[in-house]
Design a protein around this ligand. Structure first.
Ligand SMILES: Cc1cc2nc3c(=O)[nH]c(=O)nc-3n(C[C@H](O)[C@H](O)[C@H](O)COP(=O)(O)OP(=O)(O)OC[C@H]3O[C@@H](n4cnc5c(N)ncnc54)[C@H](O)[C@@H]3O)c2cc1C
Ligand code: FES
Length: 289
């Protein structure tokens, strides 16, 4: 169903000022889970490609309702299509869920500091994700697989609430079939038909193959999952400067002007959302106000 107000009908002009959204057309709407969907977009104006770094996000705009920060979940090596995976939780995200092929929405970005794919070269890479956290880390996985010879052991540990909540299931199965990557999947609870693991992701960290002083760990998911994962990684000897987490805060401008996303001395939109744990640790457990 087409949204009642579209960007085309809102009269927005073509401009690449970071505060003005560019119109993007939906090429495809893919349902992922009951409440989660992926929009594949292409620009309606300006350069046909949308280069970004793994971990960056865009502000997605529905005229009349507002903007939301959403990570880019696509392949940085294929910048012709911009990909966002979104959970419909509230006002704007539920409106975005109604967008179908041909509809036009507004995009500002890309914004934010990326995951450290360059710093991780020649090191083991351990990716620990929970739930929708797989979406902002999928660009890292694409990047690492495209440059596989540049990295040591690569391990992905992914946890979801139940088998029905596994995101990107087909790709998880493909990645699991590779010899140069290990994928561990666990769920909080499952019926007898589930043949995978049951339990929290932290239980699996110790089973992954990595050399702690030579490991870069990337952690993304619900707050409690990130907290326990960081604890376990530190217990196993991964250095705080080599553990990276992604922080979420309310955002408005996305470019370090409005102060909405302030966390201690940082603006999450500009200095983050990806931070090394040694930089963010004093503010890591602060709840959003
Ligand atoms: C850097 C960054 C990257 C993000 N990337 C993604 C992404 O890739 N995909 C995605 O789906 N979301 C992502 N988010 C979260 C997304 O921005 C929010 O879910 C969105 O702003 C909610 O807006 P809304 O208008 O739909 O909901 P609102 O109407 O603002 O909120 C409605 C309800 O949803 C709850 N809510 C708000 N935010 C969240 C949240 N983050 N998680 C759970 N419940 C929430 C509110 O507490 C409220 O109860 C990201 C956030 C940040 C800061
Ligand atoms: S969202 Fe405005 S300063 Fe970060």
């Amino acid at each position: 169903m087409a949204p009642e107000t579209t960007l085309a009908s809102s009269g927005l002009s073509v401009c690449h000022h970071p505060m003005l959204p560019r119109p993007f057309r939906v090429v495809r709407h893919r349902r992922e889970l009951r409440d989660t969907f992926t929009l594949i977009l292409e620009p309606q104006d300006g350069p046909p490609e949308f280069p970004f770094l793994p971990g960056q996000f865009n502000m997605l705009y529905h005229p009349g309702a507002g903007e939301v920060p959403i990570s880019i979940s696509g392949d940085p090596g294929r910048p012709r299509h911009l990909v966002h995976t979104i959970r419909a939780v509230g006002n704007v995200t539920r409106l975005l869920q109604r967008y179908q092929a041909g509809d036009v929405l507004g995009v500002r970005g890309p914004f934010g500091a990326p995951w450290p794919v360059a710093e991780a070269v020649d090191r083991d890479v351990l990716i620990v994700v929970g739930g929708l956290g797989l979406a902002p880390l999928r660009p890292v996985i694409y990047h690492v697989l495209r440059h596989r010879q540049d990295y040591g052991n690569v391990e992905i540990i992914y946890g979801a609430r139940s088998p029905r909540d596994l995101l990107f299931r087909r790709e998880l199965e493909q990645w699991r079939g590779r010899f140069d990557l290990r994928v561990h999947v666990t769920v909080d609870s499952a019926g007898p038909e589930w043949r995978g693991g049951v339990g929290v992701v932290t239980n699996l960290i110790g089973r992954a193959r990595f050399d702690p002083p030579q490991t870069t760990a990337l952690v993304c998911g619900p707050g409690v999952m990130m907290r326990f994962s960081v604890q376990e990684l530190r217990r196993l000897g991964v250095q705080p400067r080599d553990i990276y987490v992604s922080m979420e805060r309310n955002m408005q401008c996305g470019i370090g002007l409005c102060g909405h996303c302030q966390l201690g001395p940082f603006f999450v939109c500009k200095d983050g959302p990806v931070f090394s744990f040694d930089r963010i640790s004093p503010w890591f457990e602060l709840r959003e106000v």
